[in-house]
Design a protein around this ligand. Structure first.
Ligand code: QAP
Ligand code: CO
Length: 172
């Protein structure tokens, strides 16, 4: 099923999500709904809280460099993630399904090591750089109620507020 994606300034996006303890068929069905919703909205990453579920779950499906399309076999399902190492910094122009039509450069760690659980509760580790590293940090912020626009400099934050108010007014 395609779920509703909550949009800024929805208060629920500020929730601190809770750890997943049960890895059952219901969780698997929810992960499928998250993937379906992310693809339908043309996203590359989604956190559970964006569809109103306060659990420490995120999914990522980056396009491949070779054909710039998303392949279902590249899907990452990341549950209860913990960053164990970071290195370097990187600037990336970010967007978010919960903050439509706004994009801005954010500074992130360039490389990271992540410990997490998969859909079966198995412990995994992964090393990420570039876009994957950025996507993981962006989605992990959602688990703590943080949006990328919270990380903007004062000047860029003002630009965002202005554009947001303008977009509100142009709605009917
Ligand atoms: C998070 O973002 C992310 O405004 C995922 O109109 C951001 O999927 C990962 C989207 C930057 C890595 C780098 C945004 C789609 C999708 C929009 C997204 C929009 C339609 C954002
Ligand atoms: Co986001």
């Amino acid at each position: 099923a395609i779920l509703e994606v909550l949009q800024y300034p929805h208060k629920k996006l500020r929730t601190r999500s809770s750890e997943v303890r049960v890895f059952d068929a219901q969780l698997h069905a929810f992960l499928e709904d998250m993937h379906e919703t992310m693809l339908a909205r043309k996203g590359i990453g989604l956190a559970a809280i964006q569809v109103g579920v306060p659990k420490r779950i995120l999914i990522i499906n980056l396009p491949r460099e070779e054909d710039e399309t998303q392949h279902p076999e590249d899907r990452l399902e990341i549950i209860n993630p913990v960053i164990t190492h970071t290195e370097g910094s990187i600037l990336w122009r970010e967007g978010c399904l919960s903050v439509p039509e706004f994009y801005e450069e954010i500074e992130r760690h360039a490389n990271l090591t992540l410990a997490y659980q998969d859909r079966h509760g198995e412990s995994k580790m992964l090393q990420a750089s570039e876009l994957l590293s950025v996507a993981i940090q962006h989605e992990m912020d959602h688990l703590n109620g943080i949006l990328f626009v919270d990380k903007l400099s004062m000047l860029k934050r003002k630009k965002f507020e202005k554009e947001f108010k303008k977009a509100l007014k142009s709605e009917d």
